[in-house]
Design a protein around this ligand. Structure first.
Ligand code: 4AD
Ligand code: MG
Length: 467
């Protein structure tokens, strides 16, 4: 007899009835009557289940007794038209094999609604739920769409280091990497740790951004992008911060701040549209289950022109709002780093669409940003989104050697550590720009999930490093 190859559930549901098929997966539910049993089978290829119909012969009864929610089985049978399952086809089983039973008494996912907090504690079950299946498939699809977008534009994918000796954002939020014995740290003459004895012969950390290395790529290859893990030891226990997240950082030679904004807007609209066009089942599920405005919010972003607004004007609008009775937890004045409540006010209440805020005070932004002639502001840009606040941060870069060095000195940063970077301004400096998109912030927006911990398979946050 010819061997039947396994078909994924997603493909089976798109197949016409007729012929023998082999399906493998995990049981979502089992129900039935005296004569037949119905099993809903899911294999992770789609949010949908395929229905398995089993005749209750004595032989099948013995196997059915081993099958409960969560069990892993293989089913061989006929693919037939379905009358009642809500799908076009179902499998009439000839032969069922049980790979792994699942004790109903100990099964950690009970029918009652499980909370997301609880699911984070059951690592093996979390991805088997409808919700996380949808989120994780979306995450994978979006990663693909990001690579596809930049490749179609001729950008070079550049891998920047995860272990680094420089602090790109200068905010001191780096995780140290060391092999020194913490119980017996070698000291120098000043009594400080002697990093020359450390693995790299100097102090090293996990990267907070691949941008500085990315600029070396852009000033040689023209247009590059990075897409990799990023680490921040900021003690922010918020629904929008992770200690380990993924960032996409394009960096482009010959782009000014306007080119940069245009790319950011086109990029993010492309990604949202990609999700709507290619991940409909999963988005529809999340929309129907949790967030009835999800799809309209996504469509809204694709179909609208983002507002472009100077920081100074943004502050004026917020001050005006306060005068008119709007209450914020944090103060607003020119020079302040805006909080997400302020960003969301501008986006959700004032304009009703995404905002790109530019011209920030230089004192609240990183050293590498291009300084405006007024000496007060820099060509920064933050893209602000409904429900999220900041989703992208970027800028035109300071390409003038003298100004860059002066700013590094002014901030009391070590020029010595950055000579390799400053060299790009010494040898054929060029105007250039770039930005960083937080991958999980994008996924928060696309899935409508409320907490950033629930759009990454294994979240790392302060005091939490399970698995
Ligand atoms: O605004 P940030 O700090 O910008 C940079 O790191 C620049 N070097 C990027 C560049 O110009 N190449 O971070 C960029 C984005 C933020 O807008 C946010 O979406 C995300 O990274 N992000 C975080 N996401 C999750 N958890 C955190 N702790 C994050 N910190 C930043
Ligand atoms: Mg930022």
């Amino acid at each position: 007899m010819e061997e039947i190859l396994r078909t994924k559930v997603k493909d089976l549901l798109e197949t016409k009835a007729g012929g023998k098929v082999l399906a493998k997966g995990w049981v979502r539910t089992k129900r039935g009557n005296k004569e037949i049993a119905f099993i809903a089978l899911n294999d992770g290829s789609t949010i949908k289940n395929i229905q398995i119909v089993v005749d209750k012969t004595p032989e099948n009864e013995a196997i059915l007794s081993k099958i409960s929610t969560g069990a892993c089985i293989s089913v061989c049978g006929s693919l037939v038209e379905s009358v009642g399952s809500g799908q076009s086809v179902e499998i009439h089983a000839d032969k069922i094999e049980v790979y792994g039973e699942c004790d109903p008494m100990r099964y950690p996912l009970q029918k009652k609604d499980t909370t997301f907090e609880y699911l984070r504690t059951v690592a093996h079950m979390r991805p088997r739920t409808n919700t996380f299946g949808a989120v994780l498939r979306l995450r994978s699809q979006m990663a693909y769409a990001i690579h596809e977008y930049f490749h179609s534009k001729g950008f070079v994918y550049l891998n920047t280091p995860l272990i680094t000796a420089s602090d790109c954002e200068g905010a001191g939020q780096m995780f140290q990497v060391t092999t020194l014995d913490l119980n017996d740290v070698p000291k120098n003459k000043k009594g400080q740790p002697d990093f020359s004895k450390d693995f790299f012969g100097k102090q090293a950390s996990l990267t907070v951004s691949g941008q500085l290395e990315g600029e070396l790529g852009a000033t040689a290859l023209g247009e590059i992008y990075t897409f990799g893990p990023t680490f921040r030891a900021e003690n922010s226990n918020t629904p929008r911060h992770l200690a380990e997240f993924w960032m996409i950082e394009p960096e482009m030679a010959f782009y000014d701040i306007n080119d940069n904004m245009n790319l950011a807007e086109d990029f993010i609209k492309h990604l949202v549209k990609y999700a709507l066009d290619n991940c409909r089942d999963d988005i529809q599920f999340l929309n129907d289950r949790y967030d009835p405005e999800l799809i309209s919010r996504l469509e809204g972003v694709v179909g609208t022109e983002f507002v472009r607004l100077e920081y100074t004007e943004g502050v004026r609008i917020l001050e005006e709002a306060i005068k008119n009775g709007e209450k914020f937890e944090y103060p607003v004045y020119w020079g302040v780093d805006l909080q997400s409540e302020h960003e969301r006010y501008l986006v959700e209440k004032h304009f009703g669409k995404p905002v790109i805020l530019t011209g920030y005070p230089k004192d609240i932004k990183a050293f590498y940003m291009k300084q405006d002639p007024d000496g007060k502001t820099v060509r920064a840009m933050d893209v602000l989104f409904p429900k999220i606040g900041e989703i992208i941060g970027g800028s035109e870069r300071e390409s003038d050697l003298g100004k860059l060095e002066a700013r590094i000195d002014e901030l009391k940063m070590s020029r010595k550590n950055l000579e390799w970077y400053i060299d790009t301004r010494r040898f054929g400096s060029c105007p250039h720009s770039g930005f960083g998109l937080g991958f999980e912030r994008l996924l928060l927006f696309i899935t409508g999930m409320q907490n950033i911990r629930d759009v990454i398979p294994f979240p790392r946050t302060p005091k939490n490093c399970e698995y």
